[in-house]
Design a protein around this ligand. Sequence first.
Ligand SMILES: C[S@@+](CC[C@H](N)C(=O)[O-])C[C@H]1O[C@@H](n2cnc3c(N)ncnc32)[C@H](O)[C@@H]1O
Length: 290
Amino acid sequence: MARPFLKWAGGKGKLAPTILAAAPPAIARYIEPFAGAGAVFFAFEEARPGTPALLSDANAELIETYTVLRDQAAALDAALAGLAAEYGAADAEGRRAMYYRVRASAPPSPADRAARFVFLNRTCYNGLFRVNASGGFNVPHGRYKNPRIHDGELLAASSAALQRAELRSGDFAPVCAEARPGDFVYLDPPYQPLSATANFTGYTRADFGPADQLRLRDTFEDLTRRGVAAMLSNSDHQAIRGLYSGLAYRLVTVPMSRAINSRGSARAPVPELLIDNFGRVGLSDGEALD
Ligand SMILES: C[S@@+](CC[C@H](N)C(=O)[O-])C[C@H]1O[C@@H](n2cnc3c(N)ncnc32)[C@H](O)[C@@H]1O
């Protein structure tokens, strides 16, 4: 079964069934402009196989990894198997040294770059993707005992699921501008932090701040005016409610626990907001969200 092959902050595995059940019954194309590890895409592909998809994310290395998995699965599989064997055979100090050597490397081939990306994702601290001001991956070595670096079956299933997906890297706005009536757009942006220190939004060099949240709301409104069904998730924060209230969207609160957070206290369920425009684009509300 295809499911995310990466650990990703804000992964939506748990929310996917709710989103799927609420999605319009007939969809020409599934569009996910903040794809991340693709939890909702993979669940969607499982439930409605063969639906054309457009996946996009501002993280270019992530999208290159998806592209290699779709088009050169065997080369990625072989490169990852090699890295997994070397890591598995090393002692603790050897693993650490290998991690920093791979982190510092810049492989010339796309397959080796993708293998590096997956390797670092499986072995880094907390499975975080975080970059420094110049865009370099700067997460330290993790403390997993036996990380699953190479999972041939999962790679094969994920590669199969990606065969009909178009992949892009870049900002969400141009992708949304391309959506047409009949498509379904699911938007899962970096969340509005619930407190000044609570959240992690460092997926890319550019942070996703209040101006981006506003730009996203305007994009959501533009999709709505053009008759494109869309759903968005975010934290249940006053600022987000403020942006989406009074526009005849449906706002529903769902409890969610965060999978990735280094502070134990922040792992408690926090309410999330699911927002859709189905009423405004002439769709019935689908399945109840709550
Ligand atoms: C909450 S995560 C998505 C998680 C995904 N739904 C999953 O299940 O793994 C948000 C994603 O937005 C991406 N991102 C950040 N700024 C962006 C932008 N301006 N346009 C498009 N994607 C962006 C990040 O790289 C990150 O992968």
